[in-house]
Write a protein that binds this ligand. Sequence first.
Ligand code: NDP
Length: 252
Amino acid sequence: MFDLSGRVALVTGGNGGIGLGFARGLARNGAAVMVAGRDAAKNAAAVTALEELGATAASVEVDVTDQASLQAMVARCVEVLGRLDILVNNAGTNIRRPPEQVTLADWHTVLNTNLTSAMFAAQAAYPHMKAGGVGRVINNGSMLSIFGMPLHAAYASSKGAVVQLTKSLATAWAKDGITVNCVLPGWIDTDLTRGARRDIPGLDDNVRARAPAGRWGTPEDFEGIAAFYASDAAAYITGTSIAVDGGYSIQG
Ligand code: NDP
């Protein structure tokens, strides 16, 4: 049911962290994968990692805050891999700052990277998915799509809106055979959380204590959800968000 043979996936921020986890999950189940990120060396390393799994893989440099760059990314994917069936809007960033110190530039950087990019990557991908007769958009939200934290006003705002974007695109594109769903990661061990782990005393232990699973998440924890949402098994599932957080967000 999870066979993705013949499908082509495009993963923004697929060159490391959770994005590479998504890419591995898609590649392991037969999809060809286009990795998209800013850093050419990281992109090349990710392609090698996917090829070592036996997958067809390629990469494209993109700045997801630039609409023209997103359009070129999609065009390059179709040019190199022949089609586009699965778009994973994963690229993201965070600027941790108290709300009274957040600048307009901070706000725009976080909203453009996490939210606006997902809208316009999906818009660029839409005609290709529609033409192919089946499409999957998988957005990456956060546990901060659901609750707030003091240093995360911009980040939580962007991630909350990603859930609403998911629902809106899902209602618009179901008629075209395109599903749109969202993943809500908890505390995951990646470059993004390294600063918080360093700066916040006790965070490491607190996550382990509070997450019912008793550990931090890893990029490997995202392989399964990518394959599931992308597969025919999830053909009648759209507009949903699934937490991949070891149970962190279900606790009061
Ligand atoms: P990483 O920092 O490891 O990965 C971020 C990725 O986004 C990189 O591949 C980076 O590529 C890419 N990226 C960032 N900005 C841009 C840009 N302007 N243009 C193109 N690519 C960009 O972090 P994670 O793997 O943790 O984060 C991935 C996603 O998961 C994000 O959306 C994040 O918000 C979300 N998430 C993460 C959580 C965690 O605990 N780690 C929790 C909840 C959600 P490059 O290096 O080439 O710029």
